[in-house]
Write a protein that binds this ligand. Structure first.
Ligand code: ATP
Length: 314
């Protein structure tokens, strides 16, 4: 099989409330409500789907919120293979108000049990038989152990399935500390500094850290995205600088996820190293040019791909 499986462990229904002026301690009324299935891995899956690469989604969901997420995925033609649980999935509310301010209310989501973690691992392991690559994005649900991603990477390694890990904090540390390693991680500069245990001064310093810090041993690909400045990547022992054109940004939210989607598609299609990096920068850029999060215009792909340049630095 050459299908990609995009994991979101704690998906949500993202509710957006545009309000001219937010008033505290009184009633606010809202007419233009939008509700969408949310979660980093769902953004990844949507962009992979837009590039016409076979993709499926999994994680854990439940309740009426879970049903809504499931239906939305089906509506856009995304295969839904989540573990269904009796608890309710979460809502996340963003209030857009007062000329560009954004106030968010984020539920923690269901608190899961050790038994449900075992069930999920069994479910995930069976899904591995149908896929060539897995992307894991975002944080863990409450109740699951910090080493879940490490366990998933181990299970994938046993079946020769590649893993791209895009998370942060303890689950990222645990995810790259096991014996089996993810093929690729996509930390930002802040996460690299955290993993290395020190501040980074400039790109030369970043390069030095990627090549020499022990925490990064055994990771084939480390792609550090740098927003409008493109990316710096280590592949094997080689360092690549990726430069992107100046573009008009409409909404940058989800560009990290879209970058992961591009990496997954490029690797799954066995593109050359520079082309994988160009594909990823293109999907990242195209996402920033759209209003909708985790959405690209595939018609623009070739034009922007041609504007990305990759230079080997060492
Ligand atoms: P996120 O907050 O979505 O997780 P991130 O920090 O992981 O983001 P970024 O480095 O901000 O990811 O963006 C990923 C990619 O998207 C960049 O490498 C670039 O290709 C594109 N991108 C993001 N912001 C811009 C921008 N302002 N101009 C051009 N391209 C951008």
């Amino acid at each position: 099989s050459n299908k990609i499986l995009a994991i979101t462990m704690n998906p949500s229904v993202d509710i957006s409330y545009p309000i001219e002026h937010l008033k505290i301690d009184t009633v606010n009324r809202v007419s233009n409500v939008t509700k969408t299935a949310g979660g980093k891995g769902l953004n990844v899956a949507r962009v992979i789907h837009q590039l016409d690469e076979p993709v499926s989604t999994s994680g854990v969901l439940g309740g009426t919120i879970g049903t809504f997420i499931s239906q939305q995925l089906n509506t856009v033609g995304l295969q839904e293979q989540f573990l269904h649980i009796p608890q309710e999935s979460r809502n996340c509310i963003a209030i857009l108000h007062d000329n560009g301010q954004q106030t968010e209310v984020l539920e923690g989501g269901p608190v899961l049990t050790a038994t449900q973690q075992t069930e999920f691992m069994q479910h995930f392991t069976s899904l591995l038989d149908e896929v060539s690559l897995v992307t894991i994005s975002g944080s863990l649900p409450q109740g699951f152990t910090t080493d879940l991603y490490a366990q998933m990477i181990e299970a994938a390694a046993k079946k020769d399935v590649k893993v791209i890990l895009d998370s942060s904090g303890d689950s990222l540390v645990a995810g790259i500390s096991g014996e089996a390693k993810p093929l690729l991680i996509k930390p930002n500069q802040e996460e690299i500094a955290q993993l290395a245990g020190r501040e980074l001064t400039d790109l030369a310093d970043l390069q030095d850290v990627l090549l020499n810090e022990d925490v990064f041993n055994g990771l084939d690909w480390i792609v550090v995205s740098l927003g409008k400045d493109g990316a710096l990547a280590k592949v094997g022992q080689e360092i690549y600088r990726v430069a992107i054109p100046k573009i008009k940004v409409v909404n940058p939210v989800g560009s990290g996820d879209s970058t992961v989607a591009g990496l997954a598609v490029g690797i799954n299609r066995h593109e050359s190293i520079p082309d994988v990096l160009k594909t990823a920068m293109t999907t990242g850029m195209l996402n920033t040019m759209e209003k909708e999060t985790g959405h690209i215009d595939p018609e623009l792909f070739d034009e922007y791909f041609a504007k990305v340049s990759v230079e080997k630095l060492n």
